[in-house]
Design a protein around this ligand. Structure first.
Ligand SMILES: [Zn+2]
Length: 194
């Protein structure tokens, strides 16, 4: 069976290896017609964006819990920035956990002639968008921006941030937007080409 037709694996570590290997093949990630293992194309307004999908990085936590690294507080069923009450439990939040594991939930590929000509402006819009989202939602963070030739890959700690970056780029510049979702691991790949 060709490697890219194999079913997705549910072991997180294997997927990291596989993703890393795919990423190193120049051009393979950018070709949106190519299906990545375990990913299927979805519509921009897929109902998964309203649902709380299963995510191994979001375990049940006691309230309140404070993140040992970023100090975000889990309370009333959500993470927020603020001061933890005395006696709050301590844990690592899902965003810091993903950053530690180098295991993104969202991938946004940027490419095309317009992007090549306006790279700094586009990346600055992406960073400004992340700053606004992160102020409200502590788990929505950019992990890295990897620039390869004329393309860039942005990785995020949450699929909603990847999706919202794509929507923000479409609103600001038009272009073409595609979503590919991996349901078994709740991963989203966004391709923006312009
Ligand atoms: Zn944290």
């Amino acid at each position: 069976m060709p490697e890219d037709r194999r079913p997705s694996v549910s072991v997180v570590g294997s997927t990291i290896c596989r993703n890393n290997r795919i990423k190193k093949k120049k051009g393979a990630v950018m070709n949106s017609n190519r299906m990545l293992p375990g990913f299927r194309r979805i519509e921009r307004h897929d109902k998964l964006f309203q649902e709380q999908a299963h995510d191994a990085y979001k375990p049940q936590l006691a309230e309140p819990t404070v993140c040992l690294q970023c100090k975000a507080v889990f309370e009333h069923g959500r993470w927020h920035w603020g001061k933890a009450r005395a006696g709050a439990r301590k844990a690592i939040c899902p965003a810091c956990h993903r950053i530690h594991d180098h295991f993104p939930a969202g991938y946004v590929m940027l490419g095309g002639a317009f992007f090549k000509a306006h790279r700094n402006e586009v990346l600055s819009l992406v960073h400004n968008h992340e700053t606004r989202e992160r102020t409200e939602h502590p788990l929505q963070r950019i992990m890295a921006v990897e620039e390869e030739g004329d393309e860039a890959l942005i990785t995020t700690t949450d699929i909603r941030l990847a999706r919202n970056i794509g929507e923000a780029l479409l609103r600001a510049y038009q272009g073409e937007l595609e979503y590919h979702y991996n349901p078994s691991e709740d991963l989203l790949r966004v391709n923006w080409t312009h």
